[in-house]
Design a protein around this ligand. Structure first.
Ligand code: ADP
Length: 612
């Protein structure tokens, strides 16, 4: 609430500072990091289907689906059926075969032997492996039997779910139990391209001519650019393959990934694009291959860029808060919000994962702060306006009261003057009183109207070259007459300076300062009127040895009708209009007026007027 007393600039600065101080917390808040992921998920879901995908037509998923499970189950599929399927597929000569299945234990020897024979028909074969007790000291690899894998590539089939359970990325390499295995998707893409071993650099992994943005520091994470929800890739039921109901041409020279898709198979995980049920493992692997082959990588912008972007949003918000107000400020914030949304959508298409959730939160927070700041400024100015209006009304009442006094006297005297019984000398006295009071009344009304008209700018200045010394001589002379009643000496120290000004108004202003000096000083003191010349300005100052003005009232005495608390109750009559009028005159001349004062140690009023 203290802010209510501060200037709008200070209020805005304080709120801007709050926004900047809160930024790091917003950017690195776990909850908002989650929001960032959700935002990017939404963009992935909402964006239109990819206009071009080389990989989509090259991948075929061979699904051990519910129909296969019903006919050839239970799962896991027995080795004999698997062997029969492999034999049938080998006739179609796919370029690469990847098995998202674990084959760690020996089965029926005859069935295993048949499977081994079938697998040997594939020149580019990938078998799945998984790390058991991941992260524990007793971790070990669940590798395929050496008999199955003696001429195959072994790859890990782990997904890397985020804390919310969604799989947004894959670890390109999995390390544990003193062995490292590349991801099935990466190996599948590599063999499909016929590339050599992946090349590891600090910031990336290179596969043939493709550079994968997966840094060592980030554990070789690769974000998956999902082509769409489940069903985006060509899919054949394993049952149809065994029953030879599929066209072998479908598999020729393709990358085939085999795995379980049956609901009860347990190989389903949630992804940003999956809806009711999770996505099958082979579809996720296919999306990894697609991300690599189509080179549609998604790069998170990183903490430094995240902070920088946050600062940028805040910078824009703060600048808007400092420069703009009300409707314009609102429009600026609407524009900024729209830009953020557009940038969020565009970034994913450009291959960047923006921390858009954090940025929007920063923006909403800044917008909220701007609203609070504007509100408090408005409240403050309204409070000030109400106070000024109340004071104005009060002072007008005071003036009305001052006007009433002479009016009552005039009314009373004018009634009596016509009475025949009133003696002649008393009649003359009454006429004098009427004249005096009506003059006072005219003076009061004149002053009141002058200040109103000057303030409204309806009195034009009659500017001419004025000899300032001459003006001061004349005014000081009149001032001396006025000061005589208190035996106050009025001195003048003036240079011969020419100034373009309205002589009458200027005389009024200086005379007013002198009479104030007399009114608010004790007897037998002195007043000094000094005129000095600077390079661009002329100053006229009036210094007295009077009672001075309290610091809190130094600004306020220039307000219309303001009188200091002390003088309101004091013996010197006044209306509080004089200084307001002087200020108006000085400002109309392009100058300014200020007072230096020590309570009990006198005051010096200085007017500065531009030479031109
Ligand atoms: P008025 O003198 O009619 O009250 P002014 O506008 O000239 O109105 O002055 C406003 C108030 O400022 C005065 O009532 C007085 O309290 C204070 N003031 C003005 N001049 C002086 C001065 N020289 N020394 C002390 N107080 C002053």
């Amino acid at each position: 609430m203290k802010l209510l007393c501060a200037s709008p600039r200070l209020v805005r600065s304080v709120y801007c500072l709050i926004v900047v101080a809160v930024l790091p917390w917003i950017i690195w808040n776990g909850f908002l990091q989650q929001l960032n992921s959700e935002w990017n998920d939404m963009v992935l879901r909402l964006r239109p289907p990819a206009s071009y995908s080389q990989a989509l037509g090259q991948i075929v998923l061979l699904a051990i689906d519910d129909r296969t499970a019903a006919k050839y189950g239970p799962l896991p599929l027995n080795r004999r059926t698997l062997g029969a399927g492999m034999q049938a597929l080998a006739d179609a000569q796919p370029r690469v075969l990847a098995l998202d299945l674990l084959l760690p234990e020996a089965g029926d020897p005859a069935a295993d032997a048949a499977l081994i024979l079938a697998l040997r028909r594939y020149p580019r074969l990938i078998l799945g492996a998984a790390l058991d007790n991941d992260g524990q000291p007793q971790a070990s690899w669940i590798d395929p039997l050496p008999a199955f894998s003696d001429h195959a590539t072994v790859a890990h089939v782990h997904a890397a779910p985020d804390p919310d359970g969604d799989v947004r990325s894959v670890l390109l390499i999995k390390q544990g139990a003193s062995a490292r295995r590349w991801a099935l998707g990466l190996e599948a893409a590599r063999l499909f391209l016929g590339a050599g071993r992946p090349l590891e650099q600090t910031e990336s992994v290179t596969l043939g001519s493709i550079r994968l943005p997966a840094s060592f520091a980030e554990n070789r994470i690769l974000f998956i650019n999902y082509v769409g929800p489940e069903g985006a890739f060509q899919r054949v039921s394993f049952a149809d393959l065994i029953e030879r109901r599929t066209d072998p041409e479908l598999f020729r020279n393709k990358l085939v990934i085999i795995g379980v898709t049956a609901q009860g198979g347990g190989d389903r995980i949630f992804t940003p694009v999956s809806s009711g049920i999770g996505m099958s493992g082979i579809e996720i692997h296919a999306n990894v291959v697609r991300t690599i082959l189509d080179r549609v990588f998604l790069r998170p912008v990183g903490p430094a860029a995240e902070f920088g972007l946050g600062l940028l949003v805040i910078g824009a918000a703060v600048l808007a808060m400092v420069w703009l107000q009300a409707t314009r400020l609102l429009l600026a914030f609407l524009l900024l919000g729209a830009l953020l949304f557009a940038a969020g959508f565009a970034s994913v298409s450009l291959g960047y994962l923006f921390p858009i959730g954090s940025l929007i939160t920063v923006f909403v927070f800044a917008a909220g702060m701007a609203a609070v700041s504007e509100h408090s400024i408005l409240k403050r100015s309204l409070a000030g306006e109400v106070r000024r209006r109340q004071e104005y009304a009060f002072r007008v009442q005071a003036i009305a009261h001052e006007i009433k006094t002479p009016l009552t006297a005039i009314q009373g005297s004018s009634e009596m003057i016509s009475e025949s019984w009133v003696p002649e000398d008393q009649r003359l006295e009454m006429a004098g009183l009427i004249h005096k009071e009506s003059k006072r009344l005219t003076g009061l009304v004149h002053t009141f109207l002058s200040v109103e008209r000057l303030a409204s700018g309806s009195v034009p200045l009659d500017k001419r070259p004025v000899a300032l010394r001459q003006v001061c001589d004349e005014v000081v002379e009149r001032g001396r007459l006025y000061a005589a009643r208190k035996n106050i000496r009025v001195e003048l120290r003036a240079l011969d300076i020419q100034l373009n000004a309205d002589q009458e108004l200027l005389s009024f202003a200086i005379y007013n300062l002198i009479t104030n000096g007399v009114k608010y000083s004790p007897k037998n003191t002195s007043i000094l009127v000094a005129v000095e010349e600077g390079s661009t300005i002329v100053t006229v100052s009036v210094a007295d040895q009077g009672q001075g003005i309290l610091p809190a009232e130094r600004e306020r005495i220039f307000e219309r009708f303001y009188r200091t608390r002390r003088d309101e109750k004091g013996s010197e009559e006044g209306t509080g209009i004089g200084l307001a009028l002087v200020k108006e005159i000085v400002e109309q001349h392009g100058g300014r007026i200020f007072v230096e004062s020590q309570p009990g140690g006198g005051s010096r009023f200085t007017m500065t007027l531009p030479k031109e």
